[in-house]
Design a protein around this ligand. Structure first.
Ligand code: 173
Length: 318
């Protein structure tokens, strides 16, 4: 897999256009090509390649077939690639406070006005050697999906596939967390290695997980965040016109968040039609779960990264 990746890069390097003005950036996604959390990034690439003719182009190397998802953050930091579509949950090793991004649920239009974008850009500049170009998927929360029925919020005796997004809440409710990349979820469920998994409300059909999923636990919690990052050296090497194409496309990409509410509703309906049952323990239980999920996550972020954690909490306002 890695050999293929490096061979691919070598081919790309020799295929760069000769034109002095036009720059080509190499991009990867931490999610499979054509799936829920790559789709809008791929639309963004198409737009940049349309609007940026003769100015800036993006060469899309692809998703996890090209690069393991948990290595994408480091690859953009070290300029193995120029650009990446990646959730903060996949680079907590480089920036522990990135685990807190899921707790910031405000729309990007607001985050760009109230200093959140600026602070996150500083963090990315310093710790990930990258420009924080855009954040996607406002209004898309997460769920725990299960194959064993429970009658209250209690994961005792259950093994649940996690990333840093769900680890603290799974542990708080007595479950055993098992970390895997998204590409390993299907097999883990099929073989009974796990009894459930954390994932956003959307996207479970992309890799066929609906066939190995019985229940979706309510309530939905936290906020999906998938970021477009640009290596800071690559970013600084661009001229104003090139940066403008990327910044304009980034705002357009964030504008696609207006599609999310309808997409979430459609996906919930599709899960119901596929026979996936909601496990809903009522309004009081939901309220208590959300409060605890929020608490344990902030505690964990602040413990790992006290100063940025506290600042993020203040910006998140929860
Ligand atoms: O579950 C995951 O792999 C994960 O952490 C995530 C984060 C953002 C979008 C989709 C999945």
């Amino acid at each position: 897999m890695r050999k293929m990746f490096w061979a691919g890069l070598a081919v790309l390097a020799t295929a760069l256009p000769a034109s002095a003005q036009e720059v080509t950036l190499r991009a990867v996604s931490s999610f499979a090509e054509g799936t829920q959390f790559s789709k809008n990034f791929e639309r963004f690439i198409e737009k940049v390649n349309r609007d940026g003719k003769g100015v800036v182009q993006i060469n899309y190397i692809g998703g996890p077939r090209a690069m393991p998802p948990f290595e994408v953050g480091n690859a953009v930091r070290t300029k193995v690639v120029d650009m990446a579509n990646v959730t903060g949950a996949f680079y907590t090793n480089l920036m522990p406070e990135s685990d807190g991004f899921k707790l910031i649920g405000k729309p990007m239009s607001e985050q760009r006005k109230n200093g959140t974008w600026e602070y996150l850009n500083q963090l990315h500049n310093q710790k990930l050697n990258s420009q924080y170009l855009a954040r996607q998927f406002h209004n898309v929360p997460f769920h725990i999906y299960l194959n064993k029925k429970i009658d209250k919020h209690d994961f005792a005796g259950l093994k649940i596939r996690v990333t840093p997004v769900y680890r603290d809440v799974v542990e708080a409710y007595g479950g055993t967390p098992i970390t895997t990349a998204p590409g390993e979820v299907y097999t883990a469920l099929e073989r009974g290695v796990v009894d459930g998994y954390g994932w956003p409300v959307t996207g479970i059909f992309d890799l066929g997980w609906d066939k190995v999923t019985k229940f979706r636990m309510e309530p939905a919690f936290y906020s999906v965040e998938v970021n477009v990052l640009v290596n800071l050296d690559s970013w600084k090497a661009l001229n104003d016109a090139q940066r403008k194409v990327l910044n304009d496309a980034a705002l357009w990409l964030e504008g696609l968040d207006s599609e999310n509410e309808a997409a979430v509703k459609a996906e919930r309906d599709r899960q119901t039609a596929a026979g996936i049952q909601g496990l809903d323990f009522g309004a009081d239980a939901a309220k208590a779960f959300l409060a605890r999920a929020n608490d344990v996550a902030w505690q964990s972020v602040i413990k790992k990264a006290p100063e940025p954690g506290a600042k993020l909490r203040q910006l998140a306002g929860n």
